[in-house]
Design a protein around this ligand. Sequence first.
Ligand code: HEM
Length: 454
Amino acid sequence: MTAPPATRLVRAPSRFPGEVTLRLSSRDGWRRLSYVTELSRTHGDLVELAMPWATVVVVSHPDDIRDVLVTHGRSMHKGRALELAKALLGEGLLTSEGEFHLRQRRLAQPAFHRQRIGAYAEAMGRATAAVRDRWRDGAAVDIHAEMMELTLTIVAATLFGADVSGDSAEVSEALDAAFRAVSLGFAAGPLGMALFKLPLPSTRRFTRAKDALDAIIYRIIAERRRDGRDRGDLLSMLLSAQDDEGDGSGMTDRQLRDEVITLFLAGHETTANALAFAWLLLARHPDAAASLHAEVDRVLGDRVPTLDDLAAMPYTRAVVAETMRLYPPAYIVGRRAAAPVTVAGQPFPARTIFVVSQWVTHRDPRWWPEPEAFRPERWFDEAAAAARPKFAYFPFGGGTRICIGEQFAWMEAMLCLAMLARRWRVEVPGPDPALQPIITMRPKGGLPAVLRRR
Ligand code: HEM
């Protein structure tokens, strides 16, 4: 078999000494992302950025993205950006590496099996119904904040179960404070991450929030261990998980704490952003909104959708898919080679940093005709789908680190959107929001909207 042709490696031009470093270190996440996009569009699928302390390679062809995420997945570690997250997440699924990560992944996987996820639909439906019933016709809301609150309630309810709503509320509040502190560090870019290590008031606020959170989570874990019942929630699954392929043991309290906080973080803002942008796009495209309304009216009636209903809602799925194409909640993924690797037919030494960006590839006209256009219908074009390389669309990443919550997220996003759209339209009277890519891609300053009862 002949090897595929190598992608040409182009070095990013520098108009003045330090330009690359300066632009990659910008405090403004949108500027950093625009720079990466511009490099890829102007210089091709493999662009090398030399910095004094590291070489970064932007990889944009779907086949080469597969090299980074899948083929060499095991030889790659996550980038430095996650070090700050470790202060909060410890060694959870998102931040751990190597054998330890694989073991945690094996232990957590059963909690995300199809039957389990189906059972979470009820909690999702209950939380969404509460929002649907609370909304008032003509009310002005921040639809992004509304979606954040909804997905936080859902992740709390699916982790801790509905019968401990006191715990859920307490954890959500403590987490919110800790997330805010971490986000501020990320928002300030590389400098912010260094500052985060100093004993500043913001760091002290973070430590206080984290201590409060830990105390609550360890208390819940202790209660659950004493009680021992399977309550049908995610935490029960994690508590009962045993590593049959390893030494048969389960997770320590510390591991449980790290996974619980990781699931909270990974599992709520991403879906909230997808939902907020879906409302924006539907507000801008009344035809698409009408098709969505027709589908949910026909399929749902006034029931809470089940996992099986989702198969009967292809248009709802296409709206979510198209939203995540245009506004991928995880917009960039970084990897550092732990050993020499061949990517795109080129050899790279250990420690090379690879960057792949959903934002860049999801808007590449080679795979997506009229890439800027919101067209849910494109997801019904089977010939185009067959012709497209797999990694032209990768909102959930790929390989060993692929999102463990992918099915959970599809169900949640579709269910929330369908149930709310059954009764509500969302108008976005102002201009399109500026984008704020920090940990995830979110609308800067929220998304002011007006609710209209259908
Ligand atoms: C639209 C919603 C979501 C998107 C776009 C998304 C995206 C992603 C992506 C791209 C990764 C891989 C990051 C990397 O390779 O460095 C990831 C990992 C992860 N996600 Fe999600 N995610 C979503 C929802 C969720 C939900 C609902 C949960 C849990 C309930 C979750 C839990 C996780 C975890 C634990 C990881 C780390 C997996 C590992 O490394 O083994 N995510 N997610």
